[in-house]
Unconditional design. Structure first.
Length: 294
């Protein structure tokens, strides 16, 4: 064993002897008793403040949630405000408990602020998502259950949290979009309004009877109870195309029944046109053969 190793071994051995020494343990116990006797009550009060604060924070957040649900506030906004109230109140009680325990709150807050700045710089993208989430929740551009197109993706909103938005696509895929990306893009909320207009372009042949075709379309619209009478549906010639006369069909329907009604309307117009002998042109090429004499 060299000299350095021997010195370390002697130090460890000396510490073990001191630790096992009755006087050392007695002094340690006396110091602990003195600390508890001086600060014990303050520590107990601090723990009591923290315990009561947790209960009060939870109860107030639950009461706020019930009031907002009774007022029919949006579910996402209710959940967000509930969480904010709980954590803000809990943080206030934690600070009060630390002050009651004798900890210098000013120094603690200074250290906490410095740590918060460092964390903020490291997580600036995450904080950007949080800020965007707060804006989306407060502005209420969409809510849970809405069908939207955001950041180039279409789907039904399943969740709007502080950091991301969760969509479910029509083929049941889950798409998670950061909130900061949403605020930077165009937001299309398809289900924001109770009514929606169906836009159809129905082409008929140039040799077909235009008034008769329009009359048939009006009859089809009138026969479908899902199509609204107000606003009144519009049926008009929109364009004289290269191979067809294009009739614009513009009825209104409840947003929740849009897709099924549109599909049924197209089918019924085609069936009715076939019965009436009205053609729906489709792209075709005429080939003319000329016989030449040799």
């Amino acid at each position: 064993m060299n000299g350095a190793e021997k010195s370390v071994a002697d130090a460890v051995s000396g510490f073990q002897l001191d630790f096992l020494n009755t006087g050392f343990l007695s002094n340690l116990a006396n110091d602990a008793i003195a600390f508890i006797s001086i600060n014990g009550l303050r520590i107990i009060v601090a723990l009591l403040v923290l315990f009561i604060g947790r209960i009060v924070s939870k109860q107030l957040s639950v009461i706020t949630e019930k009031i907002m649900i009774k007022a029919k506030v949006d579910e996402i906004l209710t959940s967000f405000i509930k969480a904010i109230i709980y954590y803000v109140l809990l943080a206030a009680f934690v600070v009060a408990a630390l002050g009651q325990a004798g900890i210098n709150i000013t120094s603690f807050l200074a250290v906490l602020g410095a740590a918060g700045l460092a964390v903020g710089l490291a997580l600036k993208d995450t904080l950007s998502n949080f800020a965007a989430g707060v804006m989306l929740i407060l502005l209420r551009l969409f809510k849970k259950g809405d069908y939207v197109t955001i950041a180039g993706t279409s789907g039904t909103v399943q969740e709007l949290s502080a950091f991301f938005t969760d969509l479910s696509t029509p083929d049941n895929q889950r798409v998670v979009i950061p909130n900061s990306s949403i605020l930077k893009s165009v937001i299309i909320n398809t289900t924001a309004r109770p009514r929606r207009r169906i836009d159809l372009v129905i082409g008929i042949g140039y040799n077909d009877d235009i008034p008769k075709a329009k009359e048939i379309i009006h009859e089809v619209i009138a026969a479908d109870s899902r199509l609204l009478k107000d606003p009144a549906p519009a049926v008009m010639v929109g364009e004289l195309g290269a191979s067809s006369v294009d009739i614009l069909v513009r009825p209104w329907v409840k947003t929740s029944e849009y897709f099924s009604t549109k599909c049924a309307l197209l089918e019924q117009i085609k069936i009715s046109f076939d019965k009436a002998g009205i053609s729906i042109p489709y792209p075709q090429t005429d080939v003319h053969l000329y016989k030449t004499e040799e």
